[in-house]
Design a protein around this ligand. Structure first.
Ligand code: CMP
Length: 153
């Protein structure tokens, strides 16, 4: 079972798309095991986007991600890191395939609505930036036997 860190970015909250996007993850069968509304500070942005801090687009990215509330959540499920990235589509909404979240709702490279961890190391690092261990509430939903067979876990 894997976990991934998802951010519903300020554009997602301002455009009131949070419900629709959470529904897509729920419909797919993934479990929300932690979730909060918060405002990203410049310090947190620099930690989260450490690999982008020296890039020319970073000042705009920081202004954007700190510019309004976000929803941070942890999703749990089989192969959730890869599957969620596929559900999001390419980084730019202009390049993302129709049917993906960005392909359906974004027409921007920066305002691409949702962040998701790109691998297991990033996921562990990013979850620890946003959540303390006791804020993660794992539980087996009664629906699970109707989402996958016993030998698929
Ligand atoms: P995200 O998946 O959160 O990871 C890094 C973010 O930087 C990315 O989504 C985009 O929002 C942003 N980003 C990546 N490349 C560019 C770029 N060339 N110009 C502006 N923003 C970018």
């Amino acid at each position: 079972m894997e976990r991934t860190l998802i951010l519903l970015k300020p554009d997602c909250i301002q455009r009131r798309l949070a419900g629709k996007i959470l529904t897509r993850f729920e419909d797919k069968g993934f479990n929300i095991v932690a979730m909060k509304l918060l405002r990203v500070t410049p310090e947190l942005s620099k930690k989260h986007y450490a690999e982008h801090v020296s890039k020319p687009f970073y000042p705009n990215l920081e202004a954007f991600i700190t510019g309004g509330p976000i929803v941070a959540l942890v999703l749990e499920g089989l192969e959730v890191i890869r599957v969620v990235r596929e559900m999001l589509g390419a980084t730019s909404g202009l390049k993302a395939a129709a049917g993906t979240i960005r392909g359906d709702y974004s027409s921007s490279r920066q305002m691409n609505l949702v962040h998701a961890s790109d691998g297991p190391e990033a996921s562990a690092r990013e979850i620890a930036l946003y959540f303390r261990a006791e804020e993660i509430v794992a539980s087996e939903l009664t629906l699970t036997p109707w989402l996958r067979a016993d030998d698929e876990s």
